[in-house]
Write a protein that binds this ligand. Structure first.
Ligand code: SAM
Length: 266
């Protein structure tokens, strides 16, 4: 992944903020002029609103307030759903319909072993992520492989194990998304020059994978313990301190204006 570095290199590779993402959207933090960013794309797994035991965040808004919270997620965005019913709330929050839905499937003992992934203002290009051909003895498949084909295009369902306690990537965050899932979402959805935003960063999976793939990213997490996990997972980070903007001398724009100026609604 090549980042256009001949333009303004001002925006850090991974910008992280310990706080509410709605405050992040109010802070002066990004240089706009000559920025190499083509598009900001949100990839996130919002809190479930199921009285889930997060460290700080109380996961129990009334439905109206929850819809209001979701409405603040900048678009274009990719949402990893839990529970499935949030697919019915997002059209109310975003006041539009979604552009595509794929499914994450995993082996498990629970009643539901799938999660929906919805795309708003963007679409996954399944052909950008290959999977091995099923019947490699088929004459036509052999020919395709001989001609350099790297495999078949992905299905619209992704079979990826959940993060288990014994997984190498496991942190103490209670609902960590597998890196492989985020990697596939990014590869299917993002293009060079995109800046990836995760407002509900949790343990920082989106930011870590974005960094590994060479994308610039911004993440916010309100809980300090989880925020420290993010810092430990990223190779390099710039921490955003609202009282101490990154570069007081450069021309900055408000991040929400940054989104607006590109036609992304908040
Ligand atoms: C479902 S978890 C995200 C897990 C993450 N995808 C991962 O792989 O680790 C949602 C996270 O959002 C955080 N959170 C909730 N409301 C927030 C807000 N308004 N701003 C920032 N973080 C918030 C919670 O503390 C929680 O860690």
């Amino acid at each position: 992944m090549v980042i256009q570095s001949n333009k303004n290199d001002y925006i850090p590779q991974s910008l992280i903020f310990n706080g509410d993402f709605r405050d992040l959207l109010k802070i002066d933090c990004l240089a706009d002029e000559n920025s190499y960013i083509d598009r900001v794309i949100t990839i996130t797994d919002p809190p479930y609103n199921q009285k889930y035991h997060y460290q700080t965040y109380e996961d129990s808004l009334n439905q109206e307030d929850y819809v209001e919270l979701l409405a603040e997620i900048p678009r274009p965005c990719v949402i990893i759903h839990y529970p499935e019913e949030t697919i019915n709330l997002l059209p109310k929050a975003f006041k539009t319909h979604c552009d595509d839905v794929i499914t994450w499937v995993y082996n498990g003992n629970t009643f539901k072993n799938t999660r929906l992934i919805s795309f708003w203002g963007c679409k996954p290009i399944l052909n950008k992520v290959k999977q091995p051909y099923k019947n490699q003895n088929d004459k036509r498949i052999k020919q395709l492989i001989e001609n350099g084909s790297k495999g078949a295009r992905s299905y619209d369902w992704l079979n990826i194990n959940q993060v288990k306690n014994v997984s190498n990537e496991k942190t103490s965050h209670p609902c960590q998304i597998p890196e492989e899932l985020i990697e596939k979402i990014i590869l299917m959805t993002c293009k060079d020059g995109d800046l990836i935003f995760d407002p509900f960063a949790g343990s920082g999976t989106t930011l870590k994978v974005a960094q590994d793939l060479g994308f610039h990213s911004i993440g916010s997490e309100m809980d300090k313990t989880y925020f420290d996990i993010i810092k430990s997972r990223l190779r390099f980070t710039t921490e955003l301190n609202p009282n101490n903007p990154i570069d007081p001398d450069s021309s900055k724009v408000n991040l929400s204006n940054f989104f607006y100026s590109r036609g992304y609604s908040l």
